[in-house]
Design a protein around this ligand. Structure first.
Ligand code: ACO
Ligand code: LMR
Length: 264
């Protein structure tokens, strides 16, 4: 019989051996000729299946809404400083990406994990939030530096509006909104932020689409796919900031002494 040499890599998402590359079994020609969008390509390469169009549209909305948030946020600031230090595109990009984490843009997975656990266990917002406080953990997906009760995040409203009219259920999002109502009773800036909105709504997408088993949903949440949406989206803006600084021929950045408290 044939002897198969052992392989060192297993790959299940794409194949470039034939006449044309395939994403999750779908040939490139179908992707182009049948008018697939970026949301469809993400569905194939991340979730290994074609998702319904309201889901791929939602993914695309997340990407568009999170592409940039001005020059002052952590990621753009790092990218700008790096580009002004004369570094190349990739260095400037990753310098910005490296700020994405639990405080900035990378709270989506934890928001999904904690909202799912609390909602599935039918915790009241009071029990959930106060339980987190006892553990000394800030609620991921809640709070913003500049957004507040009276200056809501438009991105969150747009995501919620789309989901309310297109998703079969928005159970997890409604739970997150109840949590927000409670946290807003504690402080004005403890709004549901864009990470929390995406995290809770993605739970609704996974559960409501009928395309994933319970085990698959648990695996997606546990592995942490969802921060990938912010990483991918914000790369668009960070690349833009790099080009902007180069175009403007900006010199080396040095932070002003006046803005530092030198103390012992
Ligand atoms: N849950 C509970 N309490 C909170 C939370 C939260 N998520 N955020 C702030 N607070 C409370 C705490 O009592 C905090 O006091 P502490 O420092 O003793 O914990 C108090 O508000 C003041 O907090 P600040 O540090 O002044 O808030 P800041 O404006 O610096 O924080 C931030 C903003 C980082 C977003 C914060 O709210 C947070 O950590 N949220 C959770 C992580 C998160 O969702 N990040 C994504 C933000 S959206 C984005 O980046 C695209
Ligand atoms: C962002 O999308 O970068 C923001 O929500 C964070 C910020 O501080 O404005």
């Amino acid at each position: 019989g044939k002897v198969r040499a052992p392989t060192h890599i297993i790959s299940t998402i794409s194949d470039d051996r034939g006449e044309e590359p395939c994403y999750a079994g779908v040939p490139m020609s179908s992707i182009i000729e049948q008018g697939y969008g970026v949301g469809d390509v993400i569905s194939l390469l991340w979730f290994k299946r074609s998702l319904p169009s309201y889901c791929t549209k939602f993914i695309e909305i997340c990407i568009m809404l999170c592409a940039d948030h001005g020059p002052c946020v952590s990621g753009a600031h790092n990218t700008i400083v790096t580009a002004r230090a004369g570094k190349d595109l990739v260095s400037s990009l990753v310098s910005g990406l490296l700020t994405i984490g639990p405080r900035f843009g990378g709270a989506i997975d934890d928001a999904a994990r904690y909202f799912k656990d609390a909602c599935d266990r039918s915790l009241t917002p009071y029990e959930f939030v106060e339980g987190m406080k006892k553990k000394g953990i800030r609620v991921p997906g809640i709070g913003h530096r500049i957004k507040s009760r009276d200056n809501r995040d438009k991105r969150v409203e747009l995501l919620q509006k789309f989901a309310r009219s297109n998703f079969p259920s928005v159970k997890y999002m409604e739970y997150a909104v109840q949590v927000e109502t409670y946290t807003l009773s504690k402080a004005n800036n403890l709004v549901l932020n864009v990470d929390g909105a995406i995290g809770s709504l993605f739970l609704d997408l996974l559960a409501g689409s009928g395309m994933f088993t319970k085990q698959e949903i648990d695996e997606i949440v546990q592995i942490g796919y969802l921060n990938g949406l912010f990483v991918l989206a914000r790369s668009i803006g960070l690349i833009g900031h790099t080009f902007d600084q180069k175009r403007l021929k900006q010199p080396l950045y040095r932070h002003p002494w006046e803005d530092v408290l030198y103390t012992k």
